[in-house]
Design a protein around this ligand. Structure first.
Ligand code: BQF
Length: 282
């Protein structure tokens, strides 16, 4: 029987801390930190994520606006909007919700964001800084996972850590952060030979593959810590992770649920990054 790592509760605690720090910032500088969110098109999941971010900003007193552009927006228009936000001293953080419609070069758009306002930390400068350990912002999801571990009293030092997924947004930075915390890290992906042989050795298993029910109880070690980054939708429209929660719950020592695990922490780390960006820009 595992301890449930309650991301919603840990998030609420951190958001209360951030709200207090935002209050101090407002008192000292006469204005609130400010986040601009850019969304292009009408992808329904993206709409939900953007609303979650807007609501969370409100909750802690961070100012925000959502700039909604039609799905046929061209790259040039988007780049000139980012240029305007880069030069606006009232905007502390800029976030472009991904994915962008096909035909727009995501890399070009993300890298157009001023690195000091890149609160997702997806641009080349911030990504490079993560690898060296010399960073201002961490990408929100891996940062959220590290914070969940820390606040649950789980150390990665000396542990076998296995990450499933090698995306630039989650898997790769996740591996870097676990290494910084002195974990021994293995990154598995779609071409990994005998993936269960790796996952069975994991003391800490982080799954970010995006396949519902992918991690089953026979793939994990007794007493492992299971972190489920997956956000998948069941045919009935409910959120579910990558992990067979019921099965792994019996065998793990700690496990994150979906929803209410890593997801809320992702949003909380965005708030933290926006406050930090505002403080650094003073
Ligand atoms: C929860 C995201 C895949 C691709 C792009 C809370 C969120 C999700 C779940 C959320 C995500 C996932 C976000 C829960 C933002 C996390 O209670 O479990 C919050 O809003 N997320 C995103 O912006 O882009 C994504 C996943």
């Amino acid at each position: 029987m595992a301890k449930i790592i309650d991301g919603k509760a840990i998030s609420a605690q951190i958001r209360a801390e951030i709200k207090e720090q935002v209050g101090t910032f407002c008192a000292e500088h006469g204005r609130a930190p400010f986040l601009s969110v850019v969304i292009v098109g009408d992808d329904p999941a993206s709409q939900v994520y953007v609303r979650n971010k807007e609501r969370a900003c409100n909750e802690v007193g961070i100012g925000s606006d959502v700039l909604r552009l039609p799905s046929d927006t061209d790259e040039e228009t988007l780049l000139s909007l980012i240029d305007r936000l880069n030069r606006d001293p009232g905007v502390n953080g800029i976030l472009v919700q991904l994915p962008l419609p096909s035909g727009i070069d995501e890399k070009k758009v993300i890298c157009a964001i001023d690195p000091s306002k890149d609160v997702d930390a997806f641009g080349y400068e911030n990504v490079g800084r993560i690898l060296t350990g010399d960073y201002d912002f961490l990408p929100c999801t891996p940062a959220g996972v590290m914070e969940l571990l820390k606040r649950s009293g789980i150390s990665a030092a000396g542990k076998d850590c296995v990450v499933i997924g090698r995306s630039n947004i989650v898997g790769k930075p996740m591996a870097a952060l676990l290494m910084h915390e002195n974990g021994t890290v293995t990154v598995c992906h779609s071409k990994t030979a005998d993936l269960p042989a790796h996952t069975r050795r994991a003391d800490i298993l982080v799954s970010a593959i995006g396949k519902a029910g992918f991690v089953t109880a026979d793939m994990i070690k007794e007493g492992a810590v299971i972190i489920d980054v997956g956000i998948n939708r069941t045919p009935e429209g409910k959120l579910t992770g990558d992990v067979d929660y019921e099965g792994c719950f019996e065998k793990a020592s700690a496990i994150t649920p979906v929803p209410g695990g890593v997801g809320p922490m992702t949003i909380t780390m965005l708030l933290k990054n926006t406050l930090k960006a505002a403080e650094k820009q003073i």
